[in-house]
Design a protein around this ligand. Structure first.
Ligand code: ZN
Ligand code: ZN
Length: 256
């Protein structure tokens, strides 16, 4: 095994624990600072952690639903709002999730979550930041990372949404408020559930912890699938006086 592979193999390859792999990943980042986070080939400092080849593979969502950000298949559909947004209550005003959940974004997110590769949080935040600036997205007054429950936190060692929000907050000079809305109960993992089950699973699982002193907020997440989680958080925010809720996520996953 070559030296670089040793640092970037994940637990499924090595049989190591996630925490040990996370430690190796972080050592690898110090020894090989200019290494692509996705394919681990050498990069230049200007590439900021993703080589040109991997950058080129990123696919942007085309023709997103104006509310939930899902890619609309029919380019001519008017109004540009998907069927689910026409028939379901959306407490958030809009979702900005510019990248498709496909190679290399999906791998960067999976490495971040399941191999506990915390350095990918900064990279994903920087990619999202570039699109916020490029697309002229209106900036909120504060960022609220999607809360995770203590069990998830103990298992992963960090909240990826908080890490992404912290980096974005620095880049955009916007405060990050991670304790105003909290997750109040452990819920079943959303990935196993259908659209309706996801909505029911999350009902009442978030609550306001402190007053939200802003009128316009953005909820931060790594990936949006049905937007059920963001909708529950937005509901808490709107019921507590927030006027406008955007959702910012790196990626929008495939249609369920
Ligand atoms: Zn690469
Ligand atoms: Zn929609």
């Amino acid at each position: 095994m070559d030296a670089k592979k040793f640092f970037y193999s994940d637990s499924s390859d090595t049989g190591n624990t996630g925490i040990f792999d996370s430690f190796l990943n972080q050592i690898g980042r110090i020894i090989y600072p200019n290494c692509c986070h996705n394919c681990h080939k050498d990069t230049t400092q200007e590439d900021k952690g993703l080589c040109q080849e991997c950058r080129y593979k990123i696919r942007l969502i085309e023709n997103p639903c104006k509310i939930c950000g899902e890619e609309l298949k029919d380019i001519c559909s008017k109004p540009s709002v998907c069927g689910k947004c026409q028939t379901n209550i959306r407490y958030f005003d809009s979702v900005f999730a510019p990248f498709c959940y496909s190679d290399p974004i999906d791998k960067l997110i999976q490495d971040m979550k399941f191999s506990k590769n915390i350095s990918n949080c900064n990279l994903l935040a920087e990619l999202l930041y570039e699109q916020i600036v490029l697309q002229g997205i209106k900036l909120p007054e504060c960022l609220i990372p999607t809360p995770i429950n203590p069990k998830q936190y103990m298992n992963r060692g960090f909240n990826q949404s908080l890490e992404i929000a912290n980096r974005l907050g620095k880049l955009l000079s916007i405060p990050v408020k991670s304790d105003v809305i909290i997750k109040t109960c452990n819920t079943e993992r959303q990935s196993k559930l259908s659209f309706t089950q996801r909505q029911n699973n999350l009902k009442g699982s978030f609550a306001q912890n402190k007053p939200i002193e802003y009128q316009h907020i953005a909820i931060i997440d790594d990936v949006v699938t049905t937007a059920a989680t963001a909708n529950e958080i937005a509901k808490v925010a709107k019921c507590n006086g927030v006027n406008k809720v955007q959702v910012w996520a790196c990626s929008r996953s495939i249609k369920l």
